[in-house]
Design a protein around this ligand. Structure first.
Ligand code: NAP
Length: 245
């Protein structure tokens, strides 16, 4: 479905991003996988190649301007075009507002929001010229609902929704669509260190009665990256088991 397409996935070294990279490659896309952990990226690239796909790793920190532009440049240098950008890299530094340190605010905003901005700005130059492209931003249900103890994270994820809609309006005439996905609680390292009690309390808030799987997010990315979603832009797709409607 995505053969001949070139896709960048940030935060591809584990969790949701890794699954998205594998899914895009399985659909025939050439995948440029990025994150800071070189070893994990190399393993992913090897796995994609073993499955008959094509991928390359670009190590970098999305919050660093030169790394973000280098990522886009390397993708274009290697594969000659850029069709899909998935901004998935993200971190948490949780804490109640009154105790939140400036560094925790800055680190989360820099990675989750500025990182996406830097990658989008660099990718938009290529996609605008091509007059085609798909940008998919991985936000979070808590960017819509808020969450005590995550003011920095929720602000970054809510900011990502404003960024998505503004850029969607700016790039629409260039045939570049920009959408966001807001995952609910998905089983990954990010949710792994929760206590059983916290996990149970969380599950009780979810009408479908379970946490989501990384494939639930990857499936939606595949759709938003495909030609079948060509009339969808500036939208927020909630994948949260019904916990926010
Ligand atoms: P994860 O397992 O912690 O993975 C995060 C990924 O982001 C890793 O590949 C990490 O790679 C990368 N990353 C972090 N900082 C980076 C930086 N500065 N530059 C480049 N890459 C960076 O998290 P996840 O659960 O898969 O989450 C993926 C995305 O989904 C995040 O944006 C997260 O906020 C969002 N999300 C997750 C959930 C959930 O329940 N899991 C819910 C809603 C939204 P390196 O450490 O190798 O750099």
């Amino acid at each position: 479905m995505l053969s001949e397409k070139v896709a960048i996935v940030t935060g591809a070294s584990r969790g949701i991003g890794r699954c998205i990279a594998l899914a895009l490659a399985a659909q025939g896309a050439k995948v440029v996988a990025s994150a800071r952990n070189a070893e994990a990226l190399d393993k992913l690239v090897e796995e994609i190649k073993q499955q008959g796909g094509e991928a390359t790793a670009v190590v970098g920190d999305v919050a660093v301007d030169t790394d973000a532009s280098e990522l886009i440049d390397q993708a274009v240098a290697k594969y000659g075009q850029l069709d899909i950008l998935v901004n998935n890299a993200g971190i948490t530094r949780d804490g109640l507002l009154l105790r939140m340190k400036n560094e925790d605010w800055d680190a989360v905003l820099d990675t989750n929001l500025k990182g996406a901005f830097l990658c989008i700005r660099a990718a938009a130059k290529v996609m605008s010229k091509q007059r085609s492209g798909r940008i998919i931003n991985i936000s979070s249900v808590v960017g819509e609902m808020g969450n005590a103890g995550q003011a920095n994270y929720c602000a970054s994820k809510a900011g990502l929704l404003g960024l998505t809609k503004s850029v969607a309006r700016e790039l629409a005439r260039r045939n570049v669509t920009v959408n966001a996905i807001t995952p609910g609680f998905i089983v990954t390292d990010m949710t792994d260190d929760m206590t059983d009690k916290a996990r149970q309390a969380m599950t009780e808030q979810i009408p479908l009665g379970r946490l989501g799987e990384v494939d639930d997010i990857a499936n939606a990315v595949i759709f938003l990256a495909s030609d079948q979603s060509s009339y969808i832009t500036g939208q927020v797709l909630g994948i949260n088991g019904g916990m926010y409607m």
